[in-house]
Write a protein that binds this ligand. Structure first.
Ligand code: TZP
Ligand code: MG
Length: 218
């Protein structure tokens, strides 16, 4: 039986917007987030990574501003790979990759919050499920320039493979996803798409977010 929590998580995933200041082409990330919310994003992840990423107090201040926008608009606020920040801000969840803090530790220290885990193999997925993950991030589905240390492109086949192995946990595809290819990701068995550049770098952020909602038939 699919429980209520799983259903609630699935509803958050259709258009999962991820960004930090390096993704915003010099624009104020707060404005970018506001426009993306106007366009209908369903979940937000603060990912302050890469060249020119803010650190220390500046990172915390930006996180606070973005969290406030999320709270005002009832969009859950997820923090990428920074459990201390997530705890400090009482964020709605944390997302970790395989090289980050172990998911089991995050689950212990941040119970009752949303926990997302990036996985690339069935074994990693099994471990993430054991650790209490609420959803899995699978990718990169397509080539991406938003992550320096991205794994090899996996294609939508990775989603099909995970589903064929009986993994029923909510899945979000990530990496190179655009409104043109989003439908294939959903058709392969994902519950949503996680997107950085196709929304954050768009000349019309609101329209870009809207185009994903249409692609997912939501
Ligand atoms: N993890 C796998 S691919 C990726 C992350 C964080 C980057 C996705 O960014 P984009 O711009 O949507 O390809
Ligand atoms: Mg990471």
């Amino acid at each position: 039986m699919i429980d209520k929590r799983t259903e609630q998580i699935k509803e958050l995933l259709p258009v999962y917007f991820i960004m930090g200041s390096p993704n915003c082409n010099g624009r104020d990330p707060v404005n970018v987030l506001e426009e993306a919310i106007e366009g209908g994003i369903t979940l937000f992840q603060f990912r302050e990574k890469g060249e020119k990423a803010l650190t220390g107090n500046e990172k915390v201040r930006l996180a606070e501003r973005l969290q406030r926008v999320c709270q005002e608009n009832h969009i859950p606020f997820i923090v990428n790979d920074d459990l201390d920040l997530a705890i400090e801000l009482d964020a709605d969840g944390v997302h970790v990759g395989q090289d980050d803090l172990e998911a089991g530790i995050v689950r212990e220290k941040f119970s009752n919050k949303i926990l997302g885990v990036s996985t690339h193999t069935i074994e990693e997925a099994a471990q993430a499920i054991k650790d209490g993950a609420d959803y899995l991030g699978l990718g990169p589905i397509y080539p991406t320039s938003s992550k320096d240390d991205a794994e090899e492109v996996a294609g939508t086949e990775i989603i099909e493979r995970f589903r064929d192995h009986g993994i029923t946990l909510p899945i979000v595809g990530i990496g190179g996803i655009t409104s043109e290819n989003a439908e294939q990701v959903i058709q392969a068995g994902a519950d949503g798409v996680a997107v950085i550049s196709a929304i954050a770098s768009s000349p019309n952020v609101e329209e870009a977010a809207k185009s994903f909602l249409r692609a997912n038939n939501k």
